[in-house]
Write a protein that binds this ligand. Structure first.
Ligand code: TYD
Length: 136
């Protein structure tokens, strides 16, 4: 599947917490044009339910625990983001559902382009036709 797990550099201190960082075009292979984050989600809620045609995304969860459920039209894989140092890069063409395992988990996303609703596939049947059309 077209995703990568990356280790986000994290500097830990005994008494003053920790600091995590990544740099566009160095730690990750794409330029960042937009950052968004999702907050105040109750445990058990699901978001996502879409795929992107061109967008590349880095997902990370600095607080809490979410499960990213990935599908490519054939297989399904689950990735748990439960540490600030865990990063998940999603390449275009993957269907994702995101499940909140803990109240108020914060999901942050750094992405390769500006918001464009035309880049979304929001219907799962349309997605399956799209993957078949691409020969996935
Ligand atoms: P969406 O990407 O569908 O979020 P999720 O998959 O977590 O539910 O976006 C939800 C709504 O927010 C949708 O109406 C589009 C809008 N939106 C923007 O206007 N700009 C953005 O950068 C993002 C990510 C979403």
């Amino acid at each position: 599947m077209q995703y990568e797990l990356i280790n986000i550099k994290t500097l830990h201190t005994e008494k003053e917490g920790q600091l995590s960082y990544f740099e566009a075009n160095r730690s990750i292979s794409f330029d960042i044009k937009r950052i968004y984050y999702i907050t105040q989600v109750p445990a058990g809620a699901r978001r996502g339910a879409h795929a992107h045609k061109k967008l590349v995304q880095l997902l990370f969860c600095p607080y809490g625990n979410v499960t990213v459920i990935l599908k490519n039209g054939m297989d399904e894989e689950h990735v748990v983001l439960d540490q600030p140092s865990k990063g998940l890069i999603l390449h275009p063409g993957l269907w994702r559902d995101i499940l909140w395992n803990i109240d108020n988990s914060v999901l942050c996303v750094a992405v390769s382009d500006y918001y464009d609703e035309n880049d979304y596939i929001r219907d799962y049947d349309d997605y399956l036709s799209y993957t078949k059309g691409r020969g996935n």
